[in-house]
Design a protein around this ligand. Structure first.
Ligand code: PEP
Length: 251
């Protein structure tokens, strides 16, 4: 099965409705749809009902940057996968390093969120990655292995096919310092090996693994040319229509 290439834009806590609309309107006409290509934007939660209106006539999909793992209840400020489903989200990011670091989200919580999402038919894009200190201490493989394995422990086997991973070295996020294609490919191969051990060849060859961390038009083509890099999760450059569409065109 050919893997899907996903070019995803994480807007983080940026853009007001007018700005988001302008960005999406420009993107809609800025690239050619290709087989196996999925373009996804992740606006802040308050813009999602607007995104639905902006995007309904386009191949672009949208998703949320985070969710809680319960359907409803006393979780002030949180958003359930059920609500995301009713708002038309196809994807949801989970375990972004900003959530793991600032909001102290554990591997266990990331796993529970992933399971809650697949139950709702929403594809979780599970972010994993190491800090600079962990890379320098050569414990990055171990950290990533724990992050990936905990997802397989939490998500029911029948839904493994719906998982997507994103390798995002923390030292490359928002820093302008991209992992070299060789560094990224090494970790992507490692993640695919873990998936292969957990789930066998069919799933290992079908699950997309994205790279994220200062991806931009100038490095997208080389990153996407790596055998195990199946797309990009883009932060800063996804806020600029020309940059994001040039990244999409690099595929
Ligand atoms: C991100 O936040 O997921 C990200 C990859 O950000 P940036 O592209 O700005 O490094």
């Amino acid at each position: 099965m050919a893997r899907k290439t996903i070019i995803a834009g994480n807007w983080k806590m940026n853009l007001l409705p007018e700005e988001g609309e302008m960005l999406v309107v420009s993107l809609k006409t800025a690239f050619e749809n290709k087989k196996n290509l999925e373009v996804v934007v992740f606006p802040p939660i308050g813009l999602i009902p607007f995104a639905r209106e902006w995007i309904y006539d386009s191949v672009i999909r949208y998703g949320a940057q985070n969710c809680w793992h319960e359907v409803s209840g006393p979780y002030t400020g949180e958003t359930s996968p059920e609500l995301l489903k009713s708002l038309g989200c196809s994807y949801c990011l989970v375990g972004h390093s900003e959530r793991r670091e600032i909001f102290e989200e554990s591997n266990e919580l990331v796993g529970r969120k992933s399971q809650a999402l697949v139950e709702m038919g929403i594809i979780p894009i599970v972010c994993v990655g190491e800090s600079l200190a962990e890379r320098e201490a050569a414990i990055h493989f171990e950290k990533i292995q724990q992050q990936v394995e905990s997802v397989f422990e939490a998500v029911e086997k029948e839904s493994w096919i719906h998982l997507v991973f994103a390798y995002e070295p923390i030292w490359a996020i928002g820093t302008g310092k991209t992992a070299t294609p060789k560094q990224a490919e090494e970790i992507h191969q490692f993640i695919r090996k873990i998936i292969r051990q957990k789930s066998g060849d069919v799933l290992a060859d079908a699950i997309s693994i994205l790279y994220g961390g200062s991806a931009k038009p100038g490095n997208a083509e080389e990153l996407l040319a790596q055998d195990n890099i199946d797309g990009l999760l883009v932060g800063g450059a996804s806020l600029v229509a020309e940059d994001f569409s040039n990244i999409i065109k690099a595929y």
